[in-house]
Design a protein around this ligand. Structure first.
Ligand code: GLN
Length: 487
């Protein structure tokens, strides 16, 4: 008797599937049952793809019967609702795309299909991935399963909650300024943002193209490596994907960190950060030292405070260009109640987009307009270069940098919704990483009054192995990642 199939990790489930102690149909049904039980409370999914999931599970069981398996074969997974799946509604949690059914699969979906993954549903998110709390979904907010009065983080809040609440074994999210890591931290799951260019963005609905990256949300680091194995790699359809070889990311996972040089940038222990978070992260870093790492406690990254400002010029600028395509003509919502073309265009965008998306479009349009471009956009790009150079210099001395994922534990639903700046500040620790295009992982590192605390481990470009190894060693020595919310 195996309890709670929906709580198995990928590697545990794979072992049971391979030895025929469990079928993918049974595993999928366990997740679907869990979804019908907890979804009325957690609202993590925009669409439950139960028919598709059961069809894929049957196919996976056939594959397993022939012995032709992959670690992901038959594993139920949730997908953030900004990745295109052929024939499955892909909304970006926006009225604009409420009824949009893509005619093609994103590259990551193609790759998962080749592995025989079971897709269990599309996860709720902040509209077009703009936000840090999943409150900006046009449909409904997603509460945090650790405390239903609090946010799960965002924008991949739905994805993180499906994993934390046991609705899916693992999930995919996307991260433009922290949207995988921050919800991973808030929900006590493991979330990796790969190096920019590591995973194809083809079929990911664009927010800020120079920052967006797809990555896994999982129950532990081993699972994270398994999902990364499946989705990483060059793709001719994404000109920013990098033709670097992809190793087997499970190979690097060892339990000691002898000689690993870790830096702790002091700028990430920001003023106003919650004392319990600082205490927990410092204790976690001590643990890394016990495991053999050499810690340098006072690393200086003096340009860090400018990252937030640069991000909120660059990301909205790119968003304003990317979202120009939603004009009511090509696809998506279309306001039809007029004979005037201009009125149709205006009303389409007025009704189709929510307040935060409009705010970003206005900010970006302003920053890119003639006369302001040099003062805002160009300057932000220069700051971006300085931040990247500063990280490059730090990585001459250190193999990894460690910081908190967020300055606070999950905040209350409604607390920051009317104060965009406060909302933006919840990503201070994650944004600089996207600005520099680096890989970073968030792993569970403690609790304050029952609320999760995440630790961020940052690596140099294409050093996913180093950060996975560091995170894995930490998880082998601790049990934070094994705790589950009582829901
Ligand atoms: N919270 C940040 C924003 O609103 C990052 C979002 C993301 O990573 N998609 O832009």
């Amino acid at each position: 008797m195996i309890p709670d199939h929906n709580r198995l990790t990928i590697h545990e489930a794979h072992r049971l599937l391979k030895t025929k102690q469990l079928s993918s149909v049974e595993l999928t049904k366990a997740c679907l049952e869990r979804i019908s039980k907890v979804e009325p409370e957690v609202h993590a999914l925009v669409t439950v793809t139960d028919e598709l999931a059961l069809r894929q599970a049957e196919k996976a069981d056939e594959l397993i019967a022939t012995g032709d398996t992959n670690p992901l074969t038959g594993i139920p997974m949730a997908i953030k609702d900004n990745m295109c799946i052929k024939g499955v509604r892909t909304t970006c949690s926006s009225r604009m795309l409420e009824n949009f059914v893509p005619p093609y699969d994103a590259t990551v979906i193609e790759k998962l299909n080749e592995c025989g993954v079971v897709i269990i549903g599309k996860a709720n998110m902040d509209e077009f991935a703009m936000g840090s709390s999943t409150e900006h979904s046009a449909f409904f907010p997603t509460p945090n399963p650790w405390d239903l009065s609090r946010v799960p983080g965002g924008s991949s809040g739905g994805s993180a909650v499906t994993v934390a609440a046991g609705e899916a074994i693992c999930a995919l999210g996307s991260d433009t300024g922290g949207s995988i890591r921050q919800p991973a931290g808030f929900c006590s799951v493991t979330g990796l943002k790969p190096t920019y260019g590591r995973v194809s963005r083809y079929g990911l609905v664009a927010f800020a193209s120079s920052l967006d990256q797809i990555g896994p949300l999982t129950q532990d680091v081993m699972d994270c490596a398994l999902v990364l194995n499946a989705i990483a790699g060059y793709d001719a359809r994404d000109s920013t994907s990098v033709p670097e070889p992809t190793p087997d990311y499970t190979r690097c996972l060892t339990t000691e960190l002898n000689g690993l040089r870790i830096g702790v940038p002091k700028e990430y222990f920001v003023e106003g950060m919650q004392a319990e978070v600082e205490v927990a992260i410092r204790a976690a870093i001590n643990k890394l030292e016990e495991l053999g790492a050499r810690i340098e406690w006072e690393v200086a990254l003096p340009h860090t405070p400018y990252a937030l400002a640069a991000y909120y010029i660059i990301a909205p600028s790119e968003a304003s260009a990317n979202l120009a395509r939603y004009d009511g003509v090509k696809y998506g919502f279309s306001y039809a109640d007029t004979d005037s073309m201009w009125e149709a265009l205006e009303k389409t965008r007025q009704y189709g987009f929510g307040a935060e998306v409009k705010r970003r479009i206005m900010l970006g349009t302003y920053a890119l307009s003639a006369g302001y471009y040099d003062a805002w956009y160009l300057k932000a790009q220069k700051v971006r270069t300085l931040i990247r150079q500063e990280f490059d210099q730090a990585f001459e001395k250190y193999d990894a940098l460690v910081t908190p994922t967020s300055p606070t534990v999950p905040f209350k639903i409604g607390e920051k919704i009317d104060d965009p700046l406060q909302m933006y500040l919840s990503d201070v620790c994650t944004l600089p990483i996207n600005i520099a295009g680096l890989p970073a992982i968030s792993i569970p590192a403690g609790f304050a009054d029952g609320l999760p605390i995440g630790m961020q481990i940052i690596g140099k470009p294409f050093s996913e192995e180093t950060i996975l190894k560091t995170a894995y060693a930490y998880q082998q020595a601790t049990e934070w990642h094994m705790r589950r919310p009582n829901i």
